[in-house]
Design a binder for this molecule. Structure first.
Ligand SMILES: Cc1ncc(COP(=O)(O)O)c(C=O)c1O
Length: 450
């Protein structure tokens, strides 16, 4: 039996979602058509929009369905950036250093193609954004900042950021602020109206946009949303039929929207109790890992963190090796964002091998034994990677060797181009690497592992 602990990468689709999705798929009609079947599809779609919007505290008209979190973030950052160039040039884009690649790469793209100037905010040892530095950046560059963005809860180490205070700084500087709420959705209460009020966001200043994704809450892959406050103007990325207020042209996916709505409603109903339960299980898992591997270091903020997240550094052990051996032991974890699978995104986005990874994000599927990995880390993998017993693994050839691994979540985004690698112990600097990356913050972007 596989113990699936990689819910930060994606969650199992709930049976209620599959049922609703399949039923909506069986109906015909383009929601933009004016005949009966088209109007029936439109009803389903708009009801779904209302149901998802209710879980985000926004008006349905403010909710734009996208293909997922990545598109949502691209639309927000590029769209706000472009709009802010219209009356005068504003080149700066403010973002914390530990963002998801959907943000990092979008900011880099804006830098390369649009002449944007990134203003990175460093994180501290616990993965927390420095509010002092953020305040300085807003004070020094405010009028030139086109858009600011932040990740609400770090998807790798679980640290929850002071986003209301960040949004308040943006509001005071009259800068539009976008929130990547992909990993917070389902775990933290989200209410756009409340967040705007609490942060003093008014009109197009302060919190104006928020990204979420359905597959993180038991919904289908391939749908997410960008919530855009009415007062904000976002330039579209794609042009065509003018659907969704012209912000996202293209025929809308009714079945996916219905599936998203079902997942969102169930999540909203269960969230409070579920987070309590997950927090208890997470604590058991942490205690179990520490009992098995006393030198294991829990990264991220010990208290201000997602209830579903446990991320460890195992000094002297390679993250890749741990992941591989845990996978063989039937425990699915990750060493960073799934879209960086095999590239060891955490704690080493800059190209050096890392040695940690979240073990234990868990959600609504599977037994409690699944959820805390039976409260313990199988001792074998940790010991084997430290002693070097694991040796150097090569990328499996396509065929039997590959299929046994490729069915697991860590391989969801493919193998690293350089092949699967396990380094012998002693080649990485352990938690020091993670810490130095957090401090780097304002520096230029990390190079990816080739
Ligand atoms: C924090 C965060 N932002 C954005 C994304 C991208 O979302 P999607 O996979 O829906 O494109 C992810 C997915 O892992 C994420 O964790």
């Amino acid at each position: 039996m596989v113990v699936y602990l990689d819910h930060a990468a994606t969650t199992p689709v709930r049976s209620e979602v599959i049922e609703a999705y399949a039923s909506a798929m069986a109906t015909v009609g383009n929601p933009a058509s004016i005949h009966g079947p088209g109007q029936q599809a439109r009803r389903l779609l708009e009801e779904a929009r209302e149901r998802v919007a209710a879980t985000l505290g926004c008006d349905p008209i403010e909710l734009v369905f996208t293909s997922g979190g990545t598109e949502s973030i691209n639309l927000a950052l590029k769209g706000l950036y472009w709009h802010r160039q219209q009356d005068r040039r504003r080149a700066a884009v403010l973002a914390p250093a530990g963002e998801h690649h959907a943000t990092l790469d979008t900011v880099e793209w804006l830098e390369r193609h649009e002449g944007a100037s990134p203003l990175w905010i460093p994180l501290d040892d616990l993965g927390r954004v420095s509010l002092d530095t953020a305040a300085e950046r807003f004070a020094d560059h405010g009028p030139d900042i086109a858009v600011a963005t932040a990740l609400w809860a770090n998807n790798e180490v679980g640290t929850i950021q002071p986003v209301v205070r960040l949004a308040a700084l943006a509001a005071a500087a009259a800068v539009p602020f976008h929130l990547d709420a992909v990993s917070a959705y389902g775990h933290l209460p989200i209410d756009l109206a409340d967040l705007r009020a609490a942060s003093g966001s008014v009109g197009a200043s302060g919190l104006v946009a928020l990204s979420v994704s359905a597959h993180k809450i038991g919904g289908p892959v391939g749908i997410g949303a960008l919530v855009v406050s009415r007062a904000a103007v976002v330039e579209p990325l794609q042009h065509g039929g003018g659907q969704q207020r012209g912000l996202r042209s293209g025929t809308q996916d009714v079945a996916a929207a219905v599936g998203f709505a079902v997942a969102a409603e169930l999540m909203a109903l269960e969230r409070t109790a579920e987070q309590e339960r997950l927090g208890t299980l997470r604590d058991r898992l942490v205690a179990g890992v520490r009992a098995t591997v006393p030198e294991a270091e829990l990264t991220g903020d010990p208290s201000e963190r997602l209830a579903s997240n446990a991320n460890f550094v195992f000094p002297g052990a390679q993250g890749d090796s741990m992941l591989f051996l845990l996978d063989l032991a039937g425990v699915a974890v990750s060493t960073g964002s799934a879209c960086q699978a095999g590239t060891v995104a955490c704690p080493a986005r800059d190209g050096t091998p890392g040695d940690g990874g979240p073990i234990g994000p868990a959600d609504h599927a599977g037994s409690d034994d699944d959820r805390d990995g039976r409260g313990r880390l199988p001792p074998g993998p940790a010991a084997r990677v430290r002693t070097g017993e694991s040796g150097r693994f090569r990328r499996p050839r396509h065929g039997a060797g590959r299929s046994s691994l490729s069915s697991r979540p860590v391989t969801a985004c493919g193998w690293p181009s350089g092949g699967w690698r396990v380094d012998l112990p002693g080649e990485s600097s352990g938690s020091d690497e993670w810490r130095s990356r957090l401090r780097r913050g304002s520096g230029t972007r990390r190079r990816r592992r080739p």
